[in-house]
Design a protein around this ligand. Structure first.
Ligand SMILES: C[C@](O)(CO)[C@H](O)COP(=O)(O)OP(=O)(O)OC[C@H]1O[C@@H](n2ccc(N)nc2=O)[C@H](O)[C@@H]1O
Ligand SMILES: Nc1ncnc2c1ncn2[C@@H]1O[C@H](COP(=O)(O)OP(=O)(O)OP(=O)(O)O)[C@@H](O)[C@H]1O
Length: 298
């Protein structure tokens, strides 16, 4: 018997970052939107814990116990006194180290899949608690839709979304390390008064209305200057998307994937074609959000 779970990628439509905390993390006002790029995690009983991965970026995914999917299985097994003897297979479509929470998606997916496989019947609350232990983005991967993340991003409040938003994502030629981007944020803001992060009410209203133009006017990412500082060529990709008529252009989370909000599905195809032709990125995908969170599919 196997269990398969499908888990979405995310884009941060607002990422307000506070000053570094004593534990090194940063308080955030993090508005997540799940989008329709998915990883699929399948778990099957095995003699011992094993991870395999397929997909264009599979070579960059660690297959040892540092893989977030393996860690999820280990944490759940430890809590129940079980042996995490399971084969975890990841069908990876979310770019690796792209700022779209790919590893987090696999952590949430493996947790839900192992819970179903082992019949451990963890409550939603316990699942969210384990997710928060695995990483700041992991709780959102479980719930999907749209949510405001506070604290280090793990405390979630579900947000209402009144329509479908059309997006184009441009994948970069290399990845960026999330801790390195936060460190660069610290360097760039050294000596400055970094305000407390707060959510933007016009942005929440735009989401609730499903209004792409209002959303475009309100999106922001405080990590964008840090990502651009470490990866200056991303400015060319952003400029190409803007020239092609995207309503808003931004770096997705810690980057280097860049995100382009389009007026509608037709306009997204035009932006995608122009980005592909621009030669400023590795590949381009069109999709929409919100997308559902981690879901058992078989
Ligand atoms: C950039 C975002 O993707 C936006 O959603 C997240 O804030 C990052 O979430 P994540 O990859 O799940 O991050 P974690 O695995 O929890 O932390 C990785 C590293 O990122 C930095 N980090 C992360 C989250 C946060 N609120 N403050 C931080 O400073 C820390 O250096 C931490 O050691
Ligand atoms: N299941 C996994 N898939 C991909 N990377 C993983 C996984 N588990 C651990 N990692 C490690 O995590 C690093 C970051 O990968 P990931 O794809 O999660 O980045 P990201 O999408 O930028 O994360 P985020 O948006 O949450 O900051 C990788 O370089 C890899 O070493």
């Amino acid at each position: 018997m196997s269990v398969t779970v499908r888990v979405p990628a995310k884009v941060n439509v607002q990422l307000a970052v506070g000053a570094a905390r004593p534990d090194g993390f940063h308080d955030l006002a993090n508005v997540f939107l799940a989008v329709g790029l998915y990883d699929e995690v399948t778990v099957t009983p095995a003699d011992e814990l094993r991870v395999t991965c397929a997909g264009p970026d599979a070579g960059q995914v660690p297959l040892d116990r540092t893989n977030l999917a393996a860690r999820a299985a280990i944490v759940l097994a430890e809590r129940r006194g079980l042996d995490a003897a399971v084969h975890i297979h990841i069908n990876k479509d979310i770019p690796v180290a792209g700022g779209m929470a790919g590893g987090s998606a696999d952590g949430a997916g493996a947790l839900l899949a192992c819970d179903a496989l082992w019949g451990t019947q963890a409550s939603r609350e316990e699942l969210l608690d384990i997710c928060a232990e695995l990483g700041s983005d992991v709780p959102f991967s479980l719930v999907g839709g749209a949510a405001l993340g506070t604290g280090r991003g793990e405390k979630l409040r579900t947000l209402e979304v009144g329509g479908t938003f059309h997006w184009v994502f441009a994948m970069a030629s290399r990845g960026l390390s999330t801790p390195a981007v936060f460190r660069e944020f610290d360097r760039l803001t050294e000596g400055l008064d970094v305000p407390e992060p707060v959510e933007s009410q016009p942005l929440l209203d735009a989401l609730a209305k499903g209004d792409p133009e209002a959303l475009a006017a309100a999106v922001s990412n405080d990590l964008q200057p840090a990502a651009l500082s470490l990866f200056p060529e991303l400015a060319d990709t952003l400029a190409a998307g803007r020239a092609a008529g995207a309503l808003a252009t931004l770096v997705s989370g810690s980057g280097p994937t860049t995100a382009f909000l389009a007026r509608d599905a037709e306009s997204a195809v035009k932006v995608a074609e122009a980005l592909s032709a621009s030669g400023t990125c590795r590949s381009v995908r069109t999709t929409s959000g919100p997308a559902p969170g981690a879901t058992v599919t078989s």
